[in-house]
Design a protein around this ligand. Structure first.
Ligand SMILES: Cc1ncc(COP(=O)(O)O)c(C=O)c1O
Length: 271
């Protein structure tokens, strides 16, 4: 297991007396799939992983992780929350058994979203309220009365992204991210991949001689919103030796402009 949504698995392990193991990351912050292969046994039930790391922006090879999980007889359980604003998600192509997401990350309302393979969902017995529909099978996992206004917002968010097109979103984000990588000032140390392949434009960095909080405050004074700390990604931040202060995290999405990237770069150079 790796990623942000770790704590609920630890709670479940506590309640059901399961054991949870963690997969390491390599020097470059990519997931160590050799380590995964070594740790998989016939007793492994679930391989939980994110499509993109929320602290570092590094993406995972979900199709390969799924293949390894399935070869060991385990479920492949993806957390798409951080990846969602940055690219299309094709559960069939990835082959995952379960995928969880949060529409607010892709410009929709605060609603939970889950995909489950039909056969798998049919094999489960949820704590279903009576008004929740039996069919289609996903209904069994819903509330009795659906959040209709949020669902309307969700449909609008999907339509919005569809109108933009993922190709345009990804091309623009890639260009923004590349500009940030190319021009990042020397006083900043980036943690994560230094190219736009294998990542989304979420950048964790430290500025020389300054606490991440101090950097975040100086940027805030210039009306640039970033986050300092560990963003709940305690394991990778510990692995990178960044705790307890974490790092500064700045992310770009499709509505950001080159001028905004330059404004951030100028502010970092002035720290
Ligand atoms: C990878 C990842 N998983 C899970 C979460 C938590 O999702 P939610 O805010 O919908 O609880 C986040 C939130 O930022 C995240 O980045």
């Amino acid at each position: 297991m790796m990623g942000t949504s770790i704590a609920p698995w630890l709670e479940l392990a506590h309640d059901l007396d399961l054991s949870v193991d963690f997969i390491g990351i390599r020097e470059d912050t990519t997931l160590d799939l050799d380590d995964l292969e070594e740790k998989l046994t016939e007793r492994t039930r679930v391989v939980a992983f994110p499509l993109a790391a929320n602290a570092l922006g590094t993406t995972t090879d979900a199709a390969r992780i799924t293949e390894l999980a399935h070869a060991a007889g385990a479920l492949a359980w993806a957390d798409a929350v951080h990846y969602a604003p940055h690219g299309p998600i094709d559960v069939a192509a990835l082959g995952v058994d379960v995928l969880l997401c949060s529409p607010y990350k892709f410009f929709g309302p605060h609603l939970g979203l889950a995909f489950g393979r039909e056969e798998l969902l049919r094999s489960w017995r949820p704590y279903k309220v009576r008004p929740a529909a039996e069919e289609p099978v996903g209904g069994r996992f819903e509330t009795g009365t659906l959040a209709h206004e949020l669902l309307a917002g969700f449909v609008a968010a999907v339509d919005y992204l569809d109108a933009l097109g993922w190709e345009a979103v990804q091309a623009h984000e890639r260009a923004l991210g590349q500009r940030f990588l190319d021009r990042a000032p020397d006083n900043c140390t980036l943690y994560g991949l230094e190219t736009m392949s294998g990542r989304v434009p979420t950048f964790a960095f430290r500025a020389e001689g300054m606490a991440p909080r101090e950097v975040a405050e100086q940027l805030a004074a210039r009306e640039i919103a970033v986050w300092d700390g560990d963003y709940y990604a305690v394991e990778p931040m510990t692995r990178l030796g960044l705790q307890p202060d974490g790092a500064v995290r700045a992310g770009f999405v499709h509505y950001n402009t080159f001028e905004e990237v330059d404004r951030l770069l100028a502010a970092l150079a002035d720290l």
